[in-house]
Design a protein around this ligand. Structure first.
Ligand code: ATP
Ligand code: MG
Length: 213
């Protein structure tokens, strides 16, 4: 769990987690094990630049669901670092802040292939690759073969900091979960049970009570 430099490795998985599902959890656990990470910190987004606030469930609900989903894994943690900031959170700023709080660690930022392919459009992609490790996990439907030229150049330049991992593919997205709930369909085995219970109890995602669960 120590890097060559003797520093602890810590994973960071950012997301809207609206809601969190087993695709997120498998990606985090596989990255943790394969890269020897001491823990993985889940960071629910505050106001992500690419999603409109009114399209998103309230941060406190997304936070609560992320805590419920990770509570049985002692190596998973949830951070409020983005939720507690009033402005749009950019990944590079979040990583810098986490690094300031944990100077003795090496941070590994974990994303699914879809997010990874967008890296060139992020704020300061070169800083992210230069200063932090970047982990791209396979996600069904997204081929990491399809890297565009800019991304290929970035990877070539910062090769040692990009880790491409094949993890068991769970072909589920939060969008699909929300659609299923709205349609009154089951999300059992796609989302951890305590999260399903929370959704039902709070009546999130316009669920039609009766059939969901
Ligand atoms: P939405 O459909 O609302 O975009 P999502 O399922 O993509 O939701 P996010 O919160 O946007 O979930 O994703 C957080 C991170 O987890 C991203 O890096 C994303 O690529 C990754 N991720 C999400 N689902 C999976 C999955 N099934 N397998 C691997 N990685 C995933
Ligand atoms: Mg997404």
């Amino acid at each position: 769990m120590l890097s060559d430099s003797g520093r602890k490795r810590i994973g960071v998985l950012g997301g809207t987690f609206d809601p969190i599902h087993y695709g997120h959890l498998v990606a985090a656990e596989e990255a943790r094990e394969l890269l020897g990470l001491m823990k993985v910190i889940f960071v629910p987004s505050g106001h992500p630049p690419h999603k409109a606030a009114d399209d998103m469930t309230d941060g406190e609900h997304r936070w609560a669901m992320t805590v419920l989903a990770t509570q049985d894994n002692p190596r998973f943690e949830v951070s409020r670092i983005e939720l507690d900031r009033p402005d749009v959170s950019y990944t590079v700023d979040t990583l810098r802040l986490l690094q300031e709080r944990m100077p003795e660690t090496e941070l590994y930022f974990i994303t699914g292939a879809d997010m990874f392919l967008e890296l060139p459009t992020w704020k300061e992609p070169e800083t992210i690759l230069r200063s932090f490790h970047f982990v791209a996990v396979a996600r069904p439907g997204w081929s990491l073969e399809r890297l565009d030229d800019r991304l290929r150049l970035l990877i070539e330049r910062y090769r040692c900091h990009v880790h491409i991992l094949n993890v068991p593919g769970i072909a589920v997205s939060s969008t699909e979960i929300r659609d299923r709930l709205r349609a009154g369909r089951s999300v059992q085995y796609l989302v951890p049970t305590p999260v399903v219970e929370y959704i039902l109890q709070k009546g999130l995602y316009g669920i039609r009570v009766g059939r969901s669960g």
